[in-house]
Design a protein around this ligand. Structure first.
Ligand code: PLP
Length: 372
């Protein structure tokens, strides 16, 4: 199997998981328990919090562990917005951000992107109203790989707070929260090699204190429920070596570019999506004219390749990608979207193999479509 779907979930970091298993085996207890094993589990959670805080350049007390980025987005929005508040949200945010705004009954205004999926600070500033309570913009887009000028957007909308989804940027490019100038930010463990089921909310002091889950006093009352110690420790371990991850992702840039260049040269109707001037080094979003992504995906799956059509969260459903629609593509063109996202283990050999296999697969499907 050749795995080119790292933006959906990154393969597990085996070393981080090994440390996490050893830790929970040595302290098989609830971190809220007062006995020795409980205290060891608590210490492991707090050590991980420090590791994540160091990676993000924030204070441990500013972090809340959650079940993932989805929950962290809900917690952030619940803390920053009340029913009827005006929220500006980019057109390419993850569905969880939009869902969180709907849940609290916000008055949502979408900030459009251009044909390359780009966003400008001026576009946000222009739509500000006296009653705007929050701006939501991600640092890196999961389907396109586009990078957004979050610090500049935050400066343009100040003093309105910004919530930034750094889920896709974290571990791929350097992310230092203070440089973004945001009130809140979220990350997800399974995008960086921790198991799924762990995420983090960063919130500036005093922000986002309204819980979504009521119950126990965990996470200073912000998020009730026993902590996912295994996931949290694994995430902490990943964070301790995050610079290596970022460096490796940077090295993927030339591989991604060669793949794009070769596909463009070999395939008719190849269109690349996104902003070539500001994007993640690992992500290639494209479409092939007249060829629905959902025809290509299973054929490549049979050849042993894991790709994605549109966003992974939406695959399985046949609705066109909202992100590609936001670029101004027609529904039919948006259905043609494919995403290749490379990761830590990606090799030149894998890229060559893809280039050997993909064009003939496309030619076969096109021939069948022509016959019918
Ligand atoms: N935000 C972005 C940009 C994502 O790519 C994802 C995952 O698909 C999420 C949020 C949701 O993350 P999680 O699966 O941890 O809830």
């Amino acid at each position: 199997m050749i795995y080119f779907d790292h933006n959906a979930t990154a393969p597990i970091d085996v070393e981080a998981l090994r440390v996490a298993i050893a830790t929970v085996s040595a302290a098989p207890a609830n971190p809220s328990s007062v006995h020795a094993a409980g205290r060891r589990a608590r210490a492991a959670v707090e050590r991980a919090r420090l590791q994540v805080a160091l990676a993000l350049d924030v204070k441990p007390s500013e972090l809340t562990f959650t079940s993932g980025a989805t929950e962290a987005l809900h917690l952030a929005v619940a803390g920053l917005v009340r029913s009827g508040d005006h929220v500006l949200i980019s057109a390419v945010e993850h569905a969880a951000a939009l869902g969180a705004c709907h849940r609290v009954g916000a008055q949502i205004e979408v900030v459009d992107v251009d044909g390359f999926g780009r966003l400008t600070p001026e576009a946000f500033a222009r739509r500000l109203r006296p009653e705007t309570r929050l701006v939501i913009v991600m640092r890196a887009q999961n389907e396109l790989g586009n990078l957004y000028p979050v610090a500049e957007i935050a400066a343009a909308v100040a003093p309105v707070p910004v919530l930034c989804d750094v889920t896709q940027a974290f571990g791929k490019i350097p992310v230092r929260i203070p440089e973004l100038g945001v009130r809140a930010a979220v990350i997800s463990g399974h995008k960086v090699g921790a198991p799924s089921g762990v995420g983090v909310l960063y919130a500036a002091p005093g922000a986002c204190t309204r819980p979504v889950f009521m119950g126990g006093p965990q996470e200073r009352g912000r998020r009730a429920g026993t902590e996912n110690v295994l996931g949290i420790v694994a995430l902490g371990e990943v964070c301790a070596r995050l610079d290596e991850r970022v460096k490796r992702t940077h090295e993927l840039g030339p591989l991604r570019d060669r793949l794009a260049d070769e596909l463009r040269a070999r395939l008719l109707g190849f269109h690349e999506h996104g902003d070539a001037a500001a994007r993640l080094p690992n992500t290639l979003s494209f479409r092939l004219e007249g060829l629905a992504g959902d025809l290509v995906l299973p054929a490549m799956d049979l050849e042993g390749f894991c790709l994605s059509s549109g966003s992974a969260c939406a695959s399985g459903s046949l609705t066109p990608s909202p992100v590609l629609l936001a670029l101004g593509l027609s529904e039919a063109s948006a259905r043609e979207g494919l995403r290749v996202s490379l990761g830590q283990g990606t090799t030149t050999v894998e890229i060559d193999r893809f280039l050997d296999v993909f064009p003939p697969v496309v030619a076969r499907i096109r021939a069948v479509l022509l016959e019918n």
